[in-house]
Design a binder for this molecule. Structure first.
Ligand code: FES
Length: 71
C-alpha cells in the first residue's frame, strides 16, 4: 500500500493523507502541521489560500467529479 493516499472529493479539493512534503516552484517547502493527518489541496483555482483549499469551491459553483476507470 502507498504511503500517501490522495482522494478526489466531488466538486471539491484533493485530500492528501500520509507523510509528504509540499513544495513550491522554487523548491521551498510549505509549512505543515504534523498533527493534521489530512491536507486539502485546491483543485478549483479559487482558493485565496492556495495551494490549500479554503472552501471557496462551495461558493464558486465548481463542478468536477472525476472517476477512476473501472477495470
Ligand atoms: S477546491 Fe476548495 S477552494 Fe478550491
Amino acid at each position: 500500500m502507498a504511503d500517501v493516499r490522495i482522494r478526489v472529493r466531488p466538486n471539491g479539493p484533493l485530500l492528501v493523507e500520509g507523510s509528504f512534503d509540499l513544495v513550491d516552484s522554487a523548491d521551498a517547502t510549505f509549512p505543515s502541521n504534523k498533527d493534521k493527518p489530512v491536507v486539502a489541496l485546491c483543485r478549483c483555482g479559487t482558493s485565496e489560500n492556495a495551494p490549500f483549499c479554503d472552501g471557496s469551491h462551495n461558493r464558486s459553483g465548481f463542478k468536477s467529479e472525476p472517476l477512476a476507470p473501472s477495470e
